[in-house]
Design a protein around this ligand. Structure first.
Ligand code: ADP
Ligand code: MG
Length: 261
């Protein structure tokens, strides 16, 4: 039986045996259901990326554990795909070959790879760009190619660390629409990190607001409004105010801490 992603009591201390250990995440528990879109919102430096790397299997938790479908996460796996702010595409490969890279490694047939590439190029709005190389694309297009590549291996969990932070506001809104479209079709669970309240509210089934470091859950805000959401509706404005208040307190705390160093 599939049970989704469970983060149980996870703590992470960086450099635990060094002169100045850094507690980044503390006793954090969070379940993400199959197909659920969860957004982690928090001030910079509060441990969001740290938590994502642990879920990706790239870092070990100091305490606690992450399980997916009941199995403990100990290593990276194609079932949990991670996308960073800077799209990490291979510059020497075409967009199409970047997208099918994981399938090639898995030994898929050329025909299957071609079909997947065409379907994914269409899904992220890059039809016609399959033969281009990454340097010929705009930032938004590169990030869409990275999304298509992440989706190619049909991950059960899509982990995204501020994927659109480097893009301009208009491109960002378009990217969010592409992401929602891809997510709805893929049925994957998503865990996306952002410091943008607007982005969190546009995307999430549930927003998890982090405290300042060490990151803990300060609040959970379910959002039921249908997508695409009108950010100017009374409901969304009220939610944005709520998030601003919660986040504002934590930003204040993390500035105070930085000033006292
Ligand atoms: P966020 O993604 O919320 O901005 P991070 O998870 O990147 O925060 O960082 C949380 C804290 O952990 C910060 O104080 C950061 O300096 C520290 N940190 C992150 N990565 C490492 C690392 N590899 N080694 C030591 N400290 C780290
Ligand atoms: Mg980060």
């Amino acid at each position: 039986m599939a049970t989704g992603l469970k983060i149980k009591n996870v703590s992470k201390v960086w450099n635990p045996d060094g002169p100045s250990p850094v507690p980044a995440v503390r006793s954090l528990s969070l379940d993400v259901e199959l197909g659920e879109f969860v957004v982690l919102l928090g001030p910079s430096g509060c441990g969001k990326s740290t938590l994502l790397y642990i879920v990706a299997g790239l870092e070990d938790a100091t305490e606690g554990a992450v399980t997916f479908d009941g199995l403990e996460v100990t290593d990276p796996s194609p079932e949990r795909s991670l996308i960073f702010q800077e799209a990490a595409l291979y510059p020497w490969l075409t967009v199409r070959d970047n997208i099918t890279f994981g399938l090639k490694i898995a030994g898929d047939s050329p025909r299957k790879m071609d079909e997947a590439a065409e379907r994914l190029l269409r899904l992220v709005g890059l039809n016609g760009a399959g033969d281009k190389r990454p340097h010929e694309l705009s930032g938004g297009m590169r990030q869409r190619a990275a999304l298509a590549r992440a989706l190619a291996v049909e991950p059960k969990v899509l982990l995204m660390d501020e994927p659109f932070a480097a893009l301009d506001v208009q491109t960002r809104a378009r990217m969010q629409a592409h992401l929602l479209n891809a997510w709805e079709k893929s049925k994957a669970s998503v865990l996306l990190v952002t410091h943008s309240i607007e982005e969190a509210l546009a995307l999430a089934d549930r927003v998890i607001v982090f405290t300042a470091r060490p990151g803990q859950i300060k609040a959970e805000i379910p959002i039921e409004a249908a997508r695409p959401r009108d950010m100017r509706s009374d409901e969304m404005i009220a939610l944005a105010r709520q998030c601003e208040a919660l986040l504002g307190e934590e930003v204040e705390k993390s500035f105070k801490e930085q000033e006292s160093l």
